[in-house]
Design a protein around this ligand. Structure first.
Ligand code: NAP
Length: 484
């Protein structure tokens, strides 16, 4: 199958750090279909040769094992081309159309890795030059809009020029091997389904913690914040994967229908519940990995006195028969005490304990997404001290480390998603109605914060966020996973 992949923004940060290294990995693994072209588009006037030379540097920061050897690089580089275009100028699209139509590849992928303000223009202009035929697939990066109205406006504009199944809204968390394993664990094994409900599960926690601050992206982040950057998309997609009903089959629409129902079932917000169940924070100066680090307000690109949140912790519920009353806690932030992403499913304790157990001990399933990828099942077992008259149980855990089990050569998130786009598989991409529903759910929080005089709570860089987040979860009688 021949393909042309047009990388709008082929000289940008995302192309450099994620997309080009992922395409190289697919090339190295032999999974990138042969006979393909990767066409970078940006305003820089570069020849193909100059672009190929330039992209060598995009491998400088990837781990050693993922860097190409010189001969591998030249074979990969032969796929790369560069076209100078100003995407705001309709006449520039004619040259792109000429280049693509001359070849008429089986699969035409348009990856829009430019500023979101160009998304609709790019889609409208590719349609204007007749590049929106049935084999065209358009990949859109987040953020798709800033709120519900802007998200709807983009989706509406897309609908005029593309069918829904031509639009690939990327949420790279869905491409992570551990998230696919979550689907495999839930829907490929009989073991968990009978336990996956309110009668046995006490609470579920989703944590996406970063040690880094805003780095060089202060200006972008200051307009965005943790709720828009992480909760509206990644965290809610994880919540859907955990909470959804088994789909009728593994097709994209069957999966997306079930995820949509979860989003539609999320408990609506009121000013009272936002006040009690949503905690926003902003990092102050502190210590990270042994070094003193600046607070958010001192970061470059951040507006003086900014009230943008760098931390969110919230409690929600899925209002349906399976989950009614079970709290789902979401927590994400920058400059936290560790870099990890995980989902913790806390089971209820046994109804009638006959053994002595450590206080609060119960079964727990941990789905690790970052930095390692795997599953841990926490159980209680008879310890070594057999002589005790009163049997006492100790916590133990079964640990399935996917990196160890399947090797580190496993397909990364962007690699997997790019191959899916080329093949036209939509399973791991987000449909417009899911995205709109997620925006609809966060809208009241954004509106509340706009008029809330208190602003975000400060927390020391290198901590686990404001103490109010621990107080919030404690009101339900629980604690965050690192405090267990
Ligand atoms: P970036 O570094 O600013 O790159 C933007 C790219 O678009 C550059 O190649 C730029 O090249 C090109 N471009 C801008 N205006 C253009 C125009 N009028 N005509 C032609 N090309 C133009 O941005 P980025 O960080 O890569 O982000 C790209 C998209 O991915 C954004 O939507 C962002 O929100 C999203 N995203 C990025 C990351 C990340 O880690 N970087 C993560 C998630 C999502 P020239 O200026 O030379 O034309």
């Amino acid at each position: 199958m021949s393909f042309d992949l047009v990388l709008f923004g082929g000289t940008g940060d995302l192309a450099w750090r994620k997309i080009l290294p992922a395409l190289f990995q697919a090339f190295r693994h032999g999974t990138l279909p042969g006979g393909g072209r990767i066409i970078s588009v940006a305003r820089d006037d570069l020849t193909d040769e100059q672009y190929r030379n330039r992209i060598q540097s995009c491998f400088d920061n990837v781990e050693l094992a993922k860097r190409p050897a010189p001969d591998e690089f030249s074979r990969f580089a032969a796929l790369l081309h560069h076209l100078r275009m100003d995407l705001s100028q309709p006449q520039d699209y004619v040259r792109l159309a000429d280049m693509l139509k001359a070849r008429n590849a089986d699969s035409l992928v348009m990856y829009v890795a430019t500023a979101p303000s160009l998304f609709t223009t790019v889609c409208e202009q590719i349609a204007a030059v007749g590049l929106n035929g049935p084999t065209t697939r358009v990949v859109l990066e987040k953020p798709l809009g800033h709120d519900l109205p802007s998200n709807r406006a983009i989706n509406e504009a897309l609908r005029h020029v593309l069918r829904e199944d031509q639009v690939f809204r990327i949420d790279h968390y869905l491409g992570k091997p551990s998230v696919q394993n979550l689907f495999a664990m839930r829907f490929g094994n009989a073991l968990f389904e009978p336990l996956w409900r309110r009668e046995t599960i006490a609470n579920i926690q989703i944590t996406i913690a970063e040690e880094l601050g805003v780095e060089t992206r202060g200006a972008f982040y200051d307009q965005t914040g943790a709720l828009r950057d992480m909760v509206q998309n990644h965290a809610l997609q994880l919540l859907c994967a955990i909470g959804m009903e088994p789909p009728i089959n593994a097709s994209a629409n069957a999966i997306r229908d079930e995820k949509l129902k979860v989003l539609q079932s999320l408990k609506p917000w009121s000013p009272d519940t936002i006040g009690q169940h949503v905690i926003r924070g902003q990092y102050a100066a502190g210590t990270s990995q042994g070094h003193a680090v600046a607070g958010y307000l001192q970061e470059s690109g951040v507006a003086p006195g900014s009230t943008t949140e760098t931390f969110v912790a919230l409690r929600t519920e899925i209002s349906n028969w399976r989950w009614a009353g079970v709290p789902f806690f979401i927590r994400t932030g920058k400059r936290l005490a560790g870099r990890n992403a995980h989902i913790v499913v806390n089971f209820r304790p046994v109804p009638h304990p006959i053994f002595k157990t450590p206080a609060g001990a119960a079964n727990r399933l941990v789905i690790n997404l970052q930095p390692r990828d795997g599953l841990e099942l926490h159980l209680l077992a008879q310890g070594a001290a057999q002589h005790q008259t009163e049997p006492a149980l100790v916590p133990v855990h079964l640990n399935l480390d996917f990196d160890q089990r399947f090797g580190t050569e496993r397909v990364g998130a962007y690699e997997r998603l790019l191959l899916d786009v080329i093949a036209g598989r939509l399973n791991l991409f987000v449909r417009s109605d899911e995205q709109e529903e997620a925006w609809r759910w966060v809208e009241p929080i954004l509106a509340h914060w706009r008029t809330d005089p208190h602003g975000p709570r400060p927390y020391a860089a290198g901590s686990w966020g404001p103490s109010a987040a621990s107080a919030m979860i404690a009101r339900d009688g629980f604690c965050w996973s690192e405090e267990m």
